[in-house]
Design a protein around this ligand. Structure first.
Ligand SMILES: Cc1ncc(COP(=O)(O)O)c(C=O)c1O
Length: 383
């Protein structure tokens, strides 16, 4: 199927999802099989063993590669398994340049798994090209960014950082989890690899954990070898859930963005709020850049509540529609406290130096009716 000329939703619903060749099933079946019967040794229909390949997973991989504009995609058992597969392409003695504001689990794998293995990570608080230039060394092999970042919603210039990385002989990997391919396609802006926690917007319903890597064919060959050799693959049911979620990504994201924009405008004027981090606000330092490289500004908002930790914890336990929970990107609204939840794996002094203060609260704005969400936040703030 030629997906090049198609719109985003058409690709989301059709890429990799032709009718099942065996039965005509219109929806890709859940191929719950670990193995495949061969006519003679080595004579098979493209599948031998489901760690190596599974048709449901293959449909998801084809679809995601098309949505991100990459040559290939490989699906993993979680976002961190995908991150692990990318980092494992580096070698002991290599260095990686990363933005300081990043998902706590990514920081943890860099510091607690890969540093002892010999990979050295340098972090910049300034996600501009100049900030990254200052931490590049002759042995930097990869630049790693999220944009928008988790949890401060900073914006990094993907095209400029791709140039910077390439001129330094490195590659650029972008964790595109917060934006999803509907809002931003890093490969089209020059990135070499895109990483996803498909647990979030791609799955979209908080009912599955998964990950994916998308990129250039030459880079993906080594990652495919690693996927099979290390084996952190998603099962067919999980692959199917993510594929089903992807079909409605565009309509969900439009609503996430519209709801978040309205709530961010309202929160910015609220007397109990010290600061709102949302790239859609004209006052946000990354607003112009986000406008340039994103279709819309996303569904994530972080707020600093006046009164610090005590006020934040009170607020968190008084929302009714916003569930106090880890994760993000589902249809239901979630609220979290980065300092004690998603970013607890970052030591307190580093966390605070990076602006993740104890009064910071992260909102994953769902697709409920926005007036109900506003009222829920208002009642919790009054508490
Ligand atoms: C930006 C980002 N990247 C990666 C991950 C890790 O994904 P997973 O929890 O699916 O392993 C997360 C999880 O919260 C995340 O927010």
């Amino acid at each position: 199927m030629n997906t090049k000329a198609q719109g985003f939703s058409t690709t989301a619903i059709h890429a990799g999802q032709d009718a099942d060749p065996a039965t005509g099933a219109t929806v890709v079946p859940i191929y719950a099989t670990s193995t495949y019967t061969q006519a003679a040794p080595g004579q098979h229909k493209g599948y031998e063993y489901s760690r190596t390949g599974n048709p449901t997973r293959a449909a998801l991989e084809t679809c995601l590669a098309a949505l991100e504009g990459g040559a290939r995609c490989l699906a993993f058992a979680s976002g961190l398994a995908a991150t692990n597969a990318v980092l494992a392409q580096l070698r002991p003695g290599d260095e990686i340049a990363a933005a300081a504001d990043l998902y706590g689990g990514t920081f943890r794998i860099l510091e607690k798994v890969f540093r002892p293995w010999g990979l050295v990570a340098h972090y910049t608080d300034d996600p501009s090209p100049d900030g990254f230039r200052r931490i590049l060394t002759p042995t930097t092999k990869m630049v790693w960014i999220e944009t928008p970042t988790n949890p401060l919603l900073q914006i990094a210039d993907i095209a400029a950082l791709a140039d910077l990385a390439h001129n330094a002989g490195a590659i650029l990997a972008v964790d595109n989890t917060f934006a999803s391919p509907y809002l931003q396609q890093p490969i089209k802006l020059g990135a070499d690899l895109v990483v996803h926690s498909t647990t979030k917007y791609l799955g979209g319903h908080s009912d599955v954990v998964g990950g994916a890597v998308i990129g250039r064919d030459d880079l993906m060959q080594a990652i495919q070898f690693y996927q099979n050799a290390a084996g952190a693959v998603p099962g067919p049911f999980d692959s199917w859930l993510v594929l089903r979620g992807i079909k409605t990504l565009a309509v969900r994201m439009d609503r996430h963005c519209a709801n978040a924009r309205q709530l961010a405008d309202w929160l910015a004027k609220h007397p109990a709020i010290a600061r709102v981090h949302y790239p859609g606000l004209p006052t946000h330092s990354g607003h112009a850049l986000a406008k340039k490289q994103m279709r819309d500004f996303g569904g994530m908002i972080s707020i600093s509540i006046k009164g610090g930790k005590e006020a934040a914890l009170k607020f968190l336990t008084h929302t009714k529609l916003f569930s106090l929970a880890e994760s993000l990107g589902g249809v239901e609204s979630l609220v979290g406290h980065p300092a004690t939840m998603t970013h607890a794996s970052i030591p307190a002094e580093i966390r605070q130096a990076r602006g993740i203060d104890d009064g910071l609260v992260r909102l994953s704005v769902g697709i409920e009716d926005v007036e109900d969400l506003r009222r829920d936040l208002e009642l919790a703030l009054e508490s």
